[in-house]
Design a protein around this ligand. Sequence first.
Ligand SMILES: [Zn+2]
Length: 154
Amino acid sequence: MGNDFFENLSETLSRTAKDISEKAENFYESQKLRNQISGEERIINKTMRNLGNLIYKRYEKGEAVDEEVAALCGEICQHKNKMEGLKKSAANRQGQKICKSCHNAISGDAAFCPYCGEPYTDEKEAPEKESSEKEAQEAEEEKEVNTEEESGEE
Ligand SMILES: [Zn+2]
């Protein structure tokens, strides 16, 4: 009877030890699987971002995209513009300006960007000059046409 008791006890103990090691191994394997799952998730998310960037670049180039894609790209574009405005305000507050080529903040009196080497042109003056030059050119062309017509009639 005493032997039975000890035999049962040792059997119970070895079963318990086996259960514990099984549980530990299960825990370890589950942890390993969870890590593998998050690894795959990270790769998927990164690839999704790359896919989005690819499509957005095509949209920026003016390539045809479907309506849903265009709506999302438009949303991104709006936020990009907003961010550029905010960056500009932040740079202004520190006496800096934003390079139009690489979008880094550069010193307010820099003539060239130290990051990309692009010359800094003031946004407000450049397009006005261009349009007034264009208008002058167009006016001259109109004059030429008028004189041609006049000389033709005479
Ligand atoms: Zn730059």
